[in-house]
Design a protein around this ligand. Structure first.
Ligand code: 5GP
Length: 196
C-alpha cells in the first residue's frame, strides 16, 4: 500500500510521541479512492477465508470497513458507542478503553446481526494497544462467531497491540506500520533499511 504509506508520511501530523493525526484522509475528511484500495487489499488478503461479516467500531473504522465489505459483498456491522432507544433488547456489549480519548466506552451490537455461523473480519483505522480490536473480538465471542482476522489500516508498531492480539490467537494484518513518532517525525517500519 504505497499510496497509504505516502499519505501517512506526508499528511500525518504527530501529536506528542504516540498519536498520529490523519484527519486529511482517514479520520475527518476521507479519501474515498484510497479507502477503495484499502478494501481491495484486505479482500486480497482474506478472500479465501469464507468471511461473512466485516465488524468495526464507530466512527473512524467505518470508512475502511465499508469498502472492505463492498469488496467481499458481505454486510458491514459497526459497534455503537451509545445504545439507541430503538434497540430494545437482545444485544452483545463490552467496555473498550479509548487510547486517544482516555475514557472507557460501552459498545454494543444487536444480536440480530451476528450469530454462530459468522466468520468475521474485524477492521479498524489504527492499532495502538489493541483494546478496540480485543473488545470487538469479545463481541464476536459472545455471539459464538469466529474472528478470522484483524485488518488494520495504520499499526503503531511501537505499542503493544499486535503482541496482545497475537497472544490472544488472532491473526493481524496491517497495511502501514509506524515504527516511531519520535522527534515529530513519522518513521515507518523498514524505512531507510534499503539504504543501510
Ligand atoms: P487501541 O484500542 O489499539 O489502543 O487503539 C485503537 C483505537 O484508538 C482506534 O480505534 C483509533 O480510533 C484510536 N487510535 C489509537 N491510536 C491512534 C492514533 O495515533 N491516531 C488516531 N487518529 N487514532 C488512534
Amino acid at each position: 500500500m504505497e499510496a497509504l504509506k505516502k499519505k501517512v508520511k506526508e499528511d500525518g501530523v504527530v501529536i506528542g510521541e504516540k498519536i498520529l493525526k490523519v484527519d486529511g484522509f482517514l479520520n475527518h475528511q476521507i479519501d474515498a479512492v484510497l479507502m477503495y484500495d484499502i478494501g481491495e487489499t484486505f479482500y486480497e488478503q482474506f478472500k479465501d477465508q469464507g468471511i461473512t461479516k466485516i465488524l468495526t467500531v464507530e466512527a473512524s473504522g467505518i470508512a475502511p470497513a465499508i469498502m472492505a465489505a463492498y469488496r467481499f459483498e458481505v454486510p458491514c456491522l459497526f459497534a455503537k458507542k451509545a445504545k439507541p432507544s430503538t434497540l430494545a433488547d437482545g444485544f452483545y456489549q463490552t467496555d473498550i478503553h479509548s487510547f486517544t480519548k482516555n475514557k472507557t466506552n460501552r459498545v454494543i451490537i444487536s444480536e440480530e446481526f451476528l450469530g454462530e455461523n459468522d466468520r468475521v473480519l474485524i477492521i479498524d483505522d489504527f492499532l495502538a494497544n489493541g483494546d478496540a480490536a480485543l473488545g470487538l473480538n469479545r463481541l464476536v465471542e459472545q455471539a459464538g462467531a469466529e474472528t478470522v482476522g484483524i485488518g488494520i489500516v495504520v499499526e503503531k508498531s511501537f505499542q503493544q497491540g499486535r503482541k496482545r492480539l497475537e497472544e490472544a490467537g488472532l491473526k493481524v494484518s496491517s497495511l502501514c506500520q509506524v515504527a516511531s513518532l519520535q522527534g515529530n517525525q513519522v518513521t515507518l517500519v523498514g524505512e531507510g533499511e534499503e539504504n543501510a
